[in-house]
Structure formats: structure tokens, C-alpha cells
Design a protein around this ligand. Structure first.
Ligand code: 26Q
Length: 842
């Protein structure tokens, strides 16, 4: 190790000052931060790691060799980070998440290591362009959307803030499907993200644990005569760790993302006396390994998916066993678990951990129940991400009993003790007991995972101020009344390294030049942009940056869809999962309204706009898939109509992911955040847009409320009902027809869609959508229509005043500091985890 320590060049940031190019010898090839060393490292990896002579190497080979070279440059930081945590016995934040939507690693690691310039030089020397090489990297799509991406941003911030942390999750063999658009419909393609290898991960076959399923439990007396429980499982699988380095920005800290992959335990080398046994063994092996095969592509639970429960238990059990092993390695008593680990549950998906930790402590480590429970509650924290009742996770009791018989017993015991507490606090209130029980006894019995997570955690949080408020007054009201001190808000955040520095290099440069580089770790400094917001020269620079980003996106859209968009137009963008509550169809109603106005009055002058969409629909979500078809159908009609297509166009960007997100967020003039108030827990795309200077048109929902406060209420286009108003309208009996009767434009727009104007006369294809709006409209699209249209007219007038628009754009970036994930993580560390920073020496 010694030779690593005295490498000056490996001091992060050292290469910012132009250092003399050193000759690439010895360890330099592994850790040297200059272009010459990098160049040699790429050549070595091409040859020795990939077996690829430079003469036949293609850009993707260069990408892989280059990625390996960059991983080498994190390796000693990675090892000394773990070593430092271990030596100092520091408390570690363990972020348990069924999803991590990391995005491409290479560019981000270059930013965090300050290696971009040297990398560019090294590749240029080899005849390659850095951007071309970056474009070769696919992304590990191990998440559906917001929740998985939040986990990734939090890992970035934890490392940057030098906080001891491990991300624990699942190494799905197939991530979220790739979306193609065929004839306007979504088609799903399997995501084979591992087919060309993964340069970032290191398999740790020695870090492995057994995970049991099924079978039954037995009661027995141990040597001391104490009654204990033994779980006799029906099946066992092994979880193998795959580690990925998470390099902090401008620090030595390099944390770990540890993902578990399932392997069969049944050995293959047994003497197969007859062929039947052999094939049976193969079948078992295949069955075991399906556990981590594929990510469920829904962002809400589908009922009764046994494999999903198996996935959750699998990764949670491996992770908790790993923590206990780390404790043992440090010779720390199991009683100190809660002083060494803060375990955060990213939604209820890992909440079986509450019962699993109890099982590990009581059955395996032989602690008494009360001691084990005190440790469990002190260790866990639970983050809720939804209020939608249909999105709350529950499991049918029979399935639970079959897969996890011991855990069900433990949950019953937790429940018995918990309900005793409820009864003693609220004597005689049996209705409350029924509401709060961990078991839903109404109809077919179910285990309520949100209740388990809440009872088993010392801290429960929502993800935006409004969401936390609603959490405490709706789905977790009873729990808030019982334990108000457990609840707090932690408004989400996003990492400015990936979502500004990496994806918007032109803006980064302007900010560096105007404010100095410190804004990237102290984003409150962005406030200093206020004083420049009216400055004409600065405004010109600001607009030039935005225009460049719009050109970049326009050419991407052109290659992906064939649709040509003029970068001078207003870019109005809505990208996110397709959901009725997110109301992409409200956006479509505005488009159709503008289309109609132009058709009726061709002389109408409106500022030209590009309406840009993107997002995946869950494969089984009928309405969402129709909304995609509707967007594409309306687009096809409008884009082909010379009477309107000089003033409006519509594009649907296929396969929204982190990678093309890099092109999208920086190019927006207008960010669409138009969910029904009270339904979007927070939103994080809204923050990515704001950071990049988009203005928001939005409802008072999720973090929009705080975005509006930080941007200044005059720099935000607000419309629509509030969460309270939405509720009272529903209570009073909402009748969407009344809104149609009162608004000719709305009626006409619905009619155009419903009669097949955008579907070559096919009146059937959008019938379900239109009927649903007319007769049911559960998300109050029609109730908010008029306000939305009026607000869009304000957007138009604001856009026409270029200087004022630019000023508002600048003020949005200026106010975005709060939405850095560094701020969010600091709050988690201080208020929930009690985890503090540790300096890792080089
Ligand atoms: C659960 C059980 C079975 C199968 C799938 C699921 C499942 C998977 C993913 C349930 C939910 C999700 C994802 C939810 C999600 O992304 N929620 C979003 O979280 C963001 C981060 O807090 C918020 O900003 C968004 O408002 C919220 O919708």
C-alpha cells in the first residue's frame, strides 16, 4: 500500500493545476492521474484485460478499457475508505433499496475525480473523442423511476459528504425494459445490460450468505433449558455480493454499492446415479437463480407476486447478515448493532427487514425479545414515498405464511405487543386497534408492510413538506397520534454533480466563471446569481447556454424520431413515468386546444412551442399505454399539418432513462409538473429542471410547493386546485360532465380525440380514455383544465418578454440550492441516522 500513499498525483484535484506530464511507468499505469498514464492504462487494459489488440479495437472496447482504467484510479481510495470505517469503528448508514437507478458511471466518475481534461487528452492521443466513448456506455437500469434514482443521488451525496455508507440492493440480471415506439404504441424490449460485461463491479464470491424459504418452524429447548424456535426451510439459495465503487466528488471517500445476486446452493458435482436426479438438480438451480432475474417494471405493487416477495426477503436477509458479519469482524458485540448501523428502508420494499433482524437476533444470536426489539427500532428508519392507497404494499397472508413461516410468527408477536400498547394508550378504542393492526383482517387477510415499517422504526419520514403533512393526517394518522416524535420531513434532493456539472457542461462553466467552483458542493451559493439576473451581458451568456442545450436535444430527437424541432422555439417538456395521476393527458388537452385554435384561426399569433414528452408505462397499465399512443397520434397529425406545424410540434422521446435525461433536463424552457394535488409525493424531475434554469408550470403538489417558494412565487406558473380543494370536490361528489358543459373548448377537444380525428377515423382507440375522463376522471383532469389553459396563456406572454423570461430562468437556478441531495442527506445524517463525516486519507 505504501507506494499508493506517496503518489502526489492521486491527490484528487491535483491535476487541476497543470502538472508536468510524467512518463507512464510502474504503478503510474494503475493510478497516475495524467493523460500519459491514462493513455498507457487504456492500452494495457485493451491488451491484457480484454485481449483486444488496438488494431481491431472498436469504440466500445476503448470504453471498456477506459472504464477499467478509471476504476483502477478509485481502487485504493475504495479500499482505504472501507479500511478507515472499519479501523475507526464508525457508524455506517445502510441504505436498503430494491432499486438503484445509477445511470452511466464513467462521466460521473470523471467529474468526481476531476479527470475530465486529462481523460479527453488521453483519448485524443489514441485517436478517440471522449464524448463518443462516453456514449458507448449503457446504463444499469436497476430501477423504475424516482425512488430508484433518489437512492442513487443519495449514494453520491453520502460519498461526497464523506459519510460512511453502504447501498444494499439487488443485482437484477434484467433491469427496466427498453421502450420502443412502434406505430405510436410502447413495445418492451428485454434490458440485457450485462451482455457486454460490467466494468464497474467486482464480484465477491466470498461475501455470500444463505437465504431460506418455505418449510416450517419447530420449538425446542436449548442447553440452558430456554425455549427457542428453529426454522426448517424447504429451500435455500445463496446470495453473492457484487460491489460497485461510489466515488465522492473531490474527496478520497469511495463508498460501496453492494448488490446481491442469487445462486443455487444445490451442488452440481454430486454423483448423479440416474439422469432424473441430474435434471432435477438443474431445475432447482434454475429456480433458485430466478430470484434476481428481473426487475418488476411496475411502480406500484401488483397483487400476489410471490417472486417479488422472495426478491425483497432475499436482498434484505443478505444485507442484514452482512452487517452482523461486519460487527463480528470488528469484535463488536451484537448488542452494539444500533450504534454501528443506521438502516434506512427505501419505502416498504425492504420492510421485511424488521422481522428478519428480529429473527437473526432472537433465533440465531439468542437475544431476548425486548433487547432485540430495542435494537431493531433503534436501527431502522422508514421513508414513505406514496399516499396512493393502491400503491401501499400488502401481502396475502397465505402466501406470506408459505414463503416466510417464521417471519409471520414474529410479525404476530410484534403485533400482539404493539396492539397492547395501542389499547393502553387508547382504552376502549377497538376501531383504532383494527385500523392500526399489522394484519388487515377485512376480507382475505393481508400483512400491511407500511405498518410493519412504521412500528419497527424510530423514525418515519415523508419526502416533501406537503407529503409529510398529508402522511400524518391520512394514511399514518393513527401512528402520528401515537408517536408524533417519530415523524419528520426530509424533502428530496438531486445531485448537482450529475444533473448539472456532468449533463450541462456549458452552464457549469458559466457558473464556475461567475461564482467560483464552490457552488457544486455549496449550492446555496447559487443565490448569488440573483445579482446577475438582470445583467444584459450575463443574460446573453445564459441564453447562449440554453440554446446550445436545445440544439443538442433537438438533434437527439431528430435521430431518435425523425421529428425536426427548431431550437429557437419554447421547449415545453414533461418527462416521467406515465401515470394517470401525473396527468400527461391534461398536457395533451392543452395541445389539442392550441391545435384547434390555430385551425379555427390560422392568423392567430402564438409563440411557437415544441411539446416534448418521455416516459415508460408499466407493461400492464392499460390507460398509461393508451396515453402514450394518444401523445404520438396527436403528434403525428400536428407535425404533418403545414397549417400548424410552423408553430407547434409534438415529440415523444423513446426510452426515457438517466442517460438521455442528461440531454433533456438542461434543454427545457418549461417544466411540466401538473399532477393532481396531493398525489405526487415529491417529484425529483421537477428539481432537475429547476437546477438547469427551466421555469415550472405546476400544481401545489409534492416538492413543487417548495420549489415555488425558493424560486419566488412570481417565477413559477401556478395553477389548479389544492390538495384540500381536491378532497372536498371529491367528497361533494365530483361530476366531470359539469366541467364539459361549462367549457366549449374542453368539449371540442375531447370530441376531436374521441371521434378519431387523431387516429385516422378510428373512434375506438381513445374511447376508453375519453370515457374515463367524462364519466369518472379520478384525477380531476377536467376540473383543472380551464385553469391550466389560462396559465399556459400566461406562459406565452411571459415567453415573449425575452429579458424577463431569462431573468426568471436565472432566478430558478439561483433558488435551487435547497434541492441538492447534499442538503437532504445532511438532514438524514443529523436527524435520523446520527452518522457523521470521516476523512479518508489517501
Ligand atoms: C412494489 C411492490 C411490488 C412491485 C413494485 C413495487 C414498487 C416499485 C417501485 C412500488 C413503487 C415503486 C416506485 C415508486 C416511486 O418511484 N415513487 C416516487 O418516489 C420519488 C422519490 O421519493 C418521489 O419523488 C415520487 O413522487 C414518487 O412517486
Amino acid at each position: 500500500m505504501k507506494h499508493h500513499m506517496d503518489q502526489d498525483a492521486s491527490e484528487i484535484g491535483a491535476n487541476r493545476a497543470a502538472a508536468p506530464a510524467s512518463s507512464a511507468t510502474g504503478s503510474d499505469v494503475r493510478i497516475g492521474m495524467q493523460a500519459t498514464s491514462l493513455r498507457q492504462a487504456v492500452l494495457d487494459h485493451l491488451y491484457y484485460s480484454l485481449g483486444c489488440p488496438p488494431i481491431v479495437a472498436r469504440p466500445h472496447d476503448y470504453y471498456r478499457a477506459f472504464a477499467l482504467a478509471i476504476r483502477d484510479r478509485m481502487q485504493h481510495r475504495w479500499i482505504s475508505t472501507s479500511q478507515t470505517y472499519f479501523d475507526l469503528n464508525r457508524k455506517v448508514a445502510c441504505y436498503l433499496s430494491a432499486e438503484f437507478l445509477m445511470g452511466p458511471h464513467l462521466g460521473n466518475n470523471l467529474v468526481n475525480l476531476h479527470l475530465e481534461q486529462e481523460a479527453r487528452k488521453a483519448l485524443a492521443d489514441l485517436g478517440h473523442d471522449l464524448d463518443t466513448i462516453l456514449a458507448c456506455e449503457g446504463e444499469p437500469g436497476l430501477g423504475n423511476g424516482g425512488l430508484g434514482r433518489l437512492a442513487a443521488c443519495y449514494l453520491d451525496s453520502l460519498a461526497t459528504l464523506q459519510c460512511p455508507a453502504i447501498g444494499y440492493g439487488i443485482r437484477y440480471e434484467f433491469g427496466i425494459f427498453e421502450q420502443e415506439i412502434r406505430d405510436g404504441w410502447q413495445a418492451e424490449i428485454t434490458d440485457k445490460w450485462l451482455s457486454r460485461g460490467n466494468a464497474w463491479e467486482i464480484a465477491k464470491p466470498d461475501v455470500c450468505y444463505y437465504v431460506n424459504w418455505g418449510g416450517h418452524t419447530e420449538y425446542y429447548r436449548d442447553e440452558t433449558g430456554c425455549q427457542r424456535v428453529r426454522w426448517i426451510p424447504h429451500r435455500v439459495v445463496r446470495g453473492i455480493a457484487y460491489d460497485t465503487p461510489i466515488q465522492g466528488y473531490s474527496v478520497n471517500t469511495c463508498n460501496t454499492l453492494r448488490l446481491w445476486s442469487a445462486e443455487a446452493v444445490e451442488s452440481f458435482d454430486f454423483q448423479a446415479f440416474n439422469v432424473g436426479d441430474y435434471y432435477e438438480a438443474v431445475n432447482k438451480k434454475v429456480a433458485s437463480e430466478t430470484v434476481t432475474k428481473v426487475l418488476y417494471p411496475n411502480d406500484e405493487p401488483a397483487i400476489g407476486k410471490r417472486l417479488r416477495l422472495a426478491q425483497q426477503y432475499f436482498f434484505v436477509s443478505c444485507s442484514l447478515q452482512d452487517m452482523l458479519r461486519l460487527l463480528d469482524l470488528a469484535n463488536s458485540p451484537v448488542e452494539s448493532f444500533a450504534e454501528r448501523f443506521a438502516v434506512q428502508l427505501n419505502d416498504t420494499h425492504p420492510s421485511i427487514g424488521v422481522a428478519e433482524l428480529m429473527r437473526l437476533l432472537v433465533d440465531e444470536r439468542r437475544l431476548d425479545w425486548d433487547a432485540a426489539w430495542a435494537i431493531t427500532v433503534a436501527s431502522f428508519g422508514y421513508t414513505n414515498h406514496t399516499l396512493l392507497p393502491e400503491a401501499l404494499e400488502t401481502w396475502p397472508l397465505p402466501m406470506f405464511a408459505e414463503l416466510l413461516p417464521r417471519h409471520l410468527e414474529i410479525i404476530y408477536e410484534i403485533n400482539r405487543r404493539f396492539l397492547d400498547e395501542v389499547r393502553s394508550r387508547f382504552p376502549g378504542d377497538e376501531a383504532r386497534v383494527v385500523r392500526m393492526s399489522l394484519i388487515d383482517e377485512e376480507g382475505a387477510k393481508r400483512v400491511r408492510m407500511a405498518h410493519l415499517a412504521t412500528v419497527g422504526s424510530h423514525a418515519v419520514n415523508g419526502v416533501a413538506a406537503l407529503h409529510t403533512e398529508l402522511l400524518q393526517t391520512s394514511i399514518l394518522k393513527d401512528f402520528h397520534e401515537l408517536w408524533p416524535e417519530r415523524f419528520s420531513n426530509k424533502t428530496n434532493g438531486v445531485t448537482p454533480r450529475r444533473f448539472l456539472a456532468l449533463s450541462n457542461p456549458a452552464l457549469r462553466e458559466l457558473l464556475d466563471h461567475t461564482l467560483g467552483q464552490e457552488w457544486l458542493t455549496e449550492p446555496d451559493r447559487l443565490r448569488k446569481l440573483d445579482v446577475h439576473s438582470g445583467d444584459e451581458a450575463f443574460q446573453r451568456d445564459w441564453r447562449a447556454v440554453k440554446l446550445g442545450n436545445k440544439q443538442r436535444l433537438a438533434s437527439y430527437i431528430q435521430t431518435q424520431t425523425g421529428i425536426e424541432i427548431d431550437p429557437a422555439w419554447l421547449f415545453d417538456i414533461q418527462v416521467k413515468r406515465i401515470h394517470e395521476y401525473k396527468r400527461q393527458h391534461l398536457n395533451v388537452l392543452h395541445i389539442v386546444t392550441m391545435y384547434r385554435r390555430l385551425k379555427e384561426n390560422p392568423a392567430l399569433t402564438i409563440p411557437p412551442r415544441a411539446f416534448i414528452f418521455g416516459g415508460k408505462a408499466a407493461p400492464g397499465y392499460f390507460m398509461a399505454k393508451r396515453i402514450i399512443k394518444l401523445i404520438n397520434a396527436v403528434g403525428e397529425t400536428i407535425n404533418a399539418d403545414p397549417e400548424v406545424n410552423s408553430r407547434m410540434k409534438v415529440a415523444f422521446i423513446p426510452n426515457l432513462n438517466v442517460k438521455n435525461g442528461h440531454l433533456i433536463y438542461p434543454a427545457a424552457d418549461l417544466s411540466e409538473q401538473i399532477s393532481t394535488a396531493g398525489k405526487e409525493a415529491s417529484g425529483t424531475g421537477n428539481m432537475k429542471f429547476m437546477l438547469n434554469g427551466a421555469l415550472t408550470i405546476g400544481t401545489l403538489d409534492g416538492a413543487n410547493v417548495e420549489i415555488r417558494e425558493e424560486a419566488g412565487v412570481d417565477n413559477f406558473f401556478l395553477f389548479g386546485l389544492t390538495a384540500d380543494e381536491t378532497e372536498s370536490i371529491k367528497r361533494a361528489g365530483y361530476r366531470p360532465r359539469d366541467y364539459i358543459a361549462g367549457n366549449d373548448e374542453l368539449r371540442a377537444a375531447l370530441e376531436l380525440i374521441g371521434t378519431g380525428h387523431f387516429s385516422r377515423g378510428d373512434a375506438e382507440v381513445f374511447r376508453p380514455l375519453v370515457d374515463n375522463l367524462i364519466h369518472d376522471d379520478p384525477f380531476l383532469v377536467l376540473a383543472d383544465y380551464a385553469a391550466y389553459i389560462a396559465c399556459q396563456e400566461q406562459v406565452n406572454s411571459a415567453w415573449e418578454d425575452v429579458k424577463n423570461w431569462t431573468r426568471m430562468s436565472i432566478l430558478n437556478t439561483a433558488g435551487s440550492g435547497k434541492f441538492s441531495s447534499d442538503r437532504a442527506i445532511t438532514e438524514y445524517c443529523e436527524e435520523i441516522w446520527n452518522v457523521g463525516p470521516v476523512t479518508v486519507k489517501n
